[in-house]
Ligand binder design. Sequence first.
Ligand code: UT7
Length: 332
Amino acid sequence: MSKTTAAITAVGKYLPEYILTNQILETMVDTNDEWITTRTGIKERRILKEDGKGSSFMAIKAAEDLIAKSNLDPKEIDLVIVASATPDMQAASTAAFVAYKIGATNAFSFDVDSACSSFLYGISIASSFIESGKYKKIVLIGSDKNSSMIDYEDRATCIIFGDGAGAVLFEPNEEGLGVQDEYLRTNGEGREFLQVKKGGSVYPLKKGEVFGKEEGYFVKQEGRTVFKNAVFNMADVSDRIMKRNNLSKDQVWLAAHQANKRIIDATAERMELDGSKVMVNIDKYGNTTSATLPLLLNDYENQLHKGDHIIFAAFGGGFSWGAIYLKWAYNS
Ligand code: UT7
């Protein structure tokens, strides 16, 4: 009997309309297009401007896009997972609201948060549920409203992040397509180098404290340390998983977390990949945290063929990182 694997069978996305360009950022902080482009590869990013709309708004839109494209009946969905580092609220979960709004009335749902590795870890969870035979249709959504935790007076962070969402559908596959292998890691020693300190249980919001005046409400990162760790670890796991599965450099696509074009290039170089096999859209969206990987799949869907080998790789706060090898399951 053939083993059941977990294949991605549809994708969807949502990007807010407002485009924050490098030129606009030049009017906000002491920066310039040349610095941002050469140091990060980013030209513009999308920002969800409307008050009262958060990660669930974008997640719902991305899931609805997927449902419309795939003719999926929401009632058949077994599980909705929302990967996000910017949940709607401290409680309740974003996924519960998303599942309700998309009509997934027969599903259960939960959130996954491991900073920029949230979606990657979500792939591992979704595929395990499918492989076990327990569930047949799982919608995994990566959605982040990073603008909700960015200080737009801090040039070190405001140029990097953007908002957006992407969704994928996982279904059982009997042809050996879908998720093949994974290599996932964390190291909590890295927590201090990339964090939003306040608003959680260690430093909860206090009565009378004025948001923005106090330190700790926004993303702070020690860029160089995160950069160094990202380059080493993302390249390392991607290379390992390629070798472990006897994949040659001409065979694979790299779908790497879009944090910095230089990190993506370093990973591709270590794998000796040709640039044409490296998925890149950081120039358009910046770092959308949990949404980078599904947004890549949306943008490259037309170039992918059944049986193509994709290596997903991510590195993020925590530190958290890893790589997953998947065989693409359809021609679009
Ligand atoms: O997704 C989660 C994981 N996150 C990452 O992987 C991000 C990893 N880190 C990075 O991508 C890079 O470290 C950054 C893009 C954040 C920064 O690039 P860098 O090449 O590491 O620059 P740096 O922080 O070492 O700063 C170099 C210089 C500094 O000036 P001095 O001290 O050399 O005079 C900064 O003050 O660039 C300055 N700088 C800027 N200049 C113009 C920092 N930000 C800016 C800016 N515009 N926006």
